[in-house]
Design a protein around this ligand. Sequence first.
Ligand SMILES: CC(C)(COP(=O)(O)OP(=O)(O)OC[C@H]1O[C@@H](n2cnc3c(N)ncnc32)[C@H](O)[C@@H]1OP(=O)(O)O)[C@@H](O)C(=O)NCCC(=O)NCCS
Ligand SMILES: CC(=O)OP(=O)(O)O
Length: 326
Amino acid sequence: MFTALSNKISGKNLKIVYPEGTVVRVLGAAVRLNADNLIDPILIGNAEEIQSVASENRWDLTDIEIIDPETYDAFEEMVAAFVERRKGKNTEEQAREMLKDETYFGTMLVQMDLADGLVSGAVNSTGDTVRPALQIIKTKPGVKLTSGSFLMIPREEDGQKMIFSDCAININPDAQSLAEIAVESAKTAKMFDIEPRVAMLSFSTHGSAASEEVDKVVEATRIAKEIAPELPIDGELQFDAAYAPSVAQQKAPESPVAGQATVFVFPEIQSGNIGYKIAQRLGGYQAVGPMLQGLNKPVSDLSRGCTEEDVYKISIITANQAIMED
Ligand SMILES: CC(C)(COP(=O)(O)OP(=O)(O)OC[C@H]1O[C@@H](n2cnc3c(N)ncnc32)[C@H](O)[C@@H]1OP(=O)(O)O)[C@@H](O)C(=O)NCCC(=O)NCCS
Ligand SMILES: CC(=O)OP(=O)(O)O
């Protein structure tokens, strides 16, 4: 999978911004991606500090661009573009202050087409990583909200890869938002050649329990079917009914999705975030993400628990998003 994605971006000199230029895991991944001719990294931060981390690790940064917001020649142009984009929500003075922050600065490089995408979140929280993208890059036409999905890769080479959503952004989405998350997650699955079969998760399967929480998932399933009638989608389903064919046979025998789901949509962020971390830490799945869905330009978050390999992989995905047609 990653060989195919790497081939698509190889030699294309796509520029990915790393606002966390001094973080060893990030710098290591950027150096490898550059050496592998996959990405032209732009590291944000103080050049001496970045260089010092590189030297400690014996990494050569000769071919890698470093930009320090404090000494950036076109800073005032960026301030003007930011104020224009924020349409009265931030003053020039506020913009000057905000753009000293590496994430705001890096996000503006993407917005101004000076870079193709951004990867951050190895030390910054998700809120601080995604807020600039939500404010500046914003959602694509026809998409109301951004959500965060994970590509879940099993240990076995030929095991089924899956998408888990929303594990990162929307704290308690209503039925309409949940339906949109489901439809966007199905699009994300296709990027990895995963045939989307979408399970709308709950603690109930097809009416086995009654509550407001279940009603929300049932309504979201109805709306998602309306938005994307061609998409195999079913809910409400418990995780075992969605995942295990034997349980599906018992709990939802007529379902086109149960027992063979590939896209798992959690009812709210608590279950989504906890769920992906359990699969990662207990189940041994590699969790790549969160990839932000529905944005005008690609920005990817990371978990603060990420490895260098996670940064490497999400960077390849982010660069692919930059050249993907809608
Ligand atoms: C994403 C998050 C940070 C946004 O919260 P916030 O900064 O308080 O957001 P605000 O409501 O002030 O909105 C800021 C901007 O983002 C936009 N926005 C907020 N949520 C959005 C969403 N889901 N999709 C698209 N845009 C969104 C708002 O419209 C607003 O735009 P504007 O400034 O142009 O008007 C917040 O929802 C959050 O903390 N989510 C959970 C993150 C997390 O901790 N995840 C767990 C670890 S992965
Ligand atoms: C995605 C996620 O959970 O991020 P973090 O672990 O940094 O909170």
